[in-house]
Write a protein of this length. Structure first.
Length: 269
C-alpha cells in the first residue's frame, strides 16, 4: 500500500502542473492513495492573494476543493484521491482557519510552521549576526509553535518538523533537545502524525525532514508517522518512498498512517 499525502500544483504560484498531472504521476509510481495538499490561502489577510508566488488566492479556495473532488470521482477505482491542504500555522488566526476547513469534506490538513516571528523559516539571512543564545531561543520558539500546532485539533499531520534547517543546515547543531522532546510529547498526546518529507534535496540541506535522530525520539514517544514527498513537480510524487520505508523499519517503526475523512488508517511498514 503506497501513498503520498503531500503534493502541490500551479495554484500556489511556485509549483508546476495541474492537479491531474500529479494524480497521473501517482498512478505511474504505483500509488494506491494520493493526497492533494496545496498551500493554504492567507485567510488572515485582507488581500485576496498577498503573495502570488507562495500561496493560492482566497477566491481560488472553493475552485481548489471542487477540482479535487471532481478528480476524486473521476479516478475512483484507479487511485484514491484525498482532499488535503498544507496549511500555514498562525496561532492568532487558528479559529479562522478552522472555520474555513470545516466548510468542506477535507480528508486531512497538514499543519506547517512556515514563519516564526513574522520571518520565513527558509530565510537564511535570519540567522546572520545572532548570538548562540538567541539561536537557541529561535529554535526553541519554533518547536513551541510546532507543539502548539499539534494541540489545536485543526491538523492531522504536521509538515516537515525540522525544515528550518532547509537553507541553514547548522540549525541541526543548535542544542534544544528538550524543546524538541516537549513538542514530540505534545504531538504523541494529540494523535497527529509527523510526515517524513523527502523534499530536503530541493534545498541546501539535502536529505529528509525530520532527521533520523528526531525520528528515533519520535518513536520513543509513540508519535505516528506518515509520508509526504512535498512534490512541486509531478515527477517527484512518491519520491524515495521505498527508502523512507526501509529507514523507518530500521529505526524500529512498524506502521505508518494516512488519513481519510480525518481518521488515521494504519499501514504496516
Ligand atoms: Zn511550496
Ligand atoms: Zn511546507
Amino acid at each position: 500500500m503506497k501513498f503520498d499525502l503531500h503534493t502541490h500544483h500551479f495554484r500556489c504560484g511556485h509549483a508546476d502542473g495541474d492537479i491531474e498531472s500529479y494524480i497521473q504521476a501517482g498512478i505511474k509510481e504505483g500509488l494506491q492513495v494520493i493526497g492533494i495538499s496545496d498551500h493554504s490561502p492567507y485567510f488572515g489577510s485582507e488581500l485576496d492573494q498577498p503573495q502570488p508566488g507562495i500561496a493560492m488566492a482566497k477566491s481560488d479556495f472553493t475552485n481548489y476543493v471542487d477540482e479535487v473532488l471532481r478528480l476524486k470521482a473521476k479516478y475512483e477505482g484507479k487511485i484514491d484521491v484525498l482532499l488535503g491542504m498544507e496549511s500555514d500555522f498562525y496561532p492568532e488566526y487558528i479559529e479562522l482557519y478552522r472555520s474555513m476547513y470545516e466548510m468542506y469534506p477535507f480528508d486531512y490538513i497538514i499543519g506547517s510552521v512556515h514563519q516564526t516571528r513574522g520571518v520565513s523559516i527558509f530565510n537564511r539571512n535570519r540567522w546572520k549576526k545572532l548570538s548562540e543564545s538567541t539561536k537557541i531561543d529561535e529554535k526553541r520558539h519554533y518547536y513551541e509553535l510546532i507543539g502548539h500546532s499539534a494541540r489545536t485539533g485543526v491538523f492531522q499531520v504536521l509538515g516537515h518538523i525540522d525544515a528550518m534547517k532547509g537553507y541553514y543546515p547548522a540549525f541541526s547543531d543548535i542544542v534544544a533537545d528538550d524543546a524538541i522532546d516537549s513538542a514530540l510529547e505534545l504531538i504523541a498526546g494529540s494523535s497527529v502524525a509527523i510526515e517524513i518529507n523527502t523534499s530536503g534535496k530541493t534545498k541546501d540541506v539535502g536529505g529528509w525532514y525530520p532527521s533520523d535522530s528526531i525520528l528515533e525520539r519520535a518513536l520513543h514517544y509513540g508519535v505516528q508517522v506518515t509520508f509526504g514527498s512535498d512534490a512541486h513537480i509531478p515527477s517527484r510524487v512518491g519520491d524515495e518512498w521505498e527508502l523512507v520505508r526501509a529507514r523507518l523499519r530500521e529505526i524500529g517503526f512498524e506502521q505508518w498512517v494516512y488519513y481519510k475523512q480525518k481518521k488515521p488508517i494504519a499501514v504496516p511498514l
